[in-house]
Design a protein. Structure first.
Length: 213
């Protein structure tokens, strides 16, 4: 009787890569970025650590890919934008509100943002540079032409709004309220989102060549 030879176990590369990415997220959530060691990542993923180097090139590249997959602005594309007929006002409202919701619902991204404030790291810098590049494309092609000489003023206003939306999601560690608004409740978060939209409207009203003075 002919003996059947067992087929070599086929490894699903995409599945294994996702296991490593999921492991990075799990460690970030439970241990923080200090726990992102090659042996811990491999153990959490349940895979051989050699595969990290085979599939990603190393731990830093694995972390790069994970951070990039989570970063809100690095994943914004022109296809995500509403039709531009108003100098980008609707776009600004949409992206600010979506950013606020996205960061608020993603604990791993919150830890990455805090990581970026507390430690210099090449992977974090690369993602930050990529984020800036995406933002610059949107601003240069949409809002700069609309605002003309006031383009820098609009960019400065967006810097304040974007950073404020980030901060309010990182803030409720020791307390839930900011200026009397409970940023952990749906009611409070809705007020913040309405305020973001209102401030965008005010910036456009004040500085747009078509309506501003």
């Amino acid at each position: 009787m002919e003996k059947k030879t067992a087929k070599p176990r086929e490894r699903n590369k995409d599945k294994s890569k996702q296991q490593f990415l999921d492991a990075v997220g799990k460690i970030l959530k439970t241990k923080g970025y200090a726990g992102l060691k090659v042996n811990d990542i491999a153990a959490t993923a349940g895979l051989d650590k050699k595969l990290i180097y085979k599939y990603f090139g190393g731990v830093d590249q694995l972390i790069d890919e994970y951070i990039r997959s989570l970063d809100f602005w690095s994943n914004v594309t022109p296809e995500d934008m509403p039709p531009i007929t108003d100098g980008g006002e609707a776009m600004a409202k949409k992206t600010l509100v979506e950013q606020f919701d996205y960061v608020g619902s993603n604990k791993e991204l919150q830890k990455i943002l805090l990581w970026g404030l507390s430690e210099k790291r090449k992977s974090l810098k690369r993602v930050a540079d990529e984020r800036e590049a995406v933002g610059d494309v949107l601003l240069s092609n949409i809002t700069d032409p609309h605002f003309g000489e006031q383009a820098s003023r609009f960019r400065a206003a967006m810097a304040l709004l974007v950073s404020g939306a980030y901060y309010l999601n990182l803030y409720p560690v020791n307390t839930k309220t900011f200026c009397g608004i409970d940023v952990t409740t749906e009611e409070g978060r809705n007020e913040i989102k309405k305020a973001l939209e209102m401030l965008v409207e005010l910036v456009y009203e004040k500085n747009s060549p078509k309506t501003g003075k």
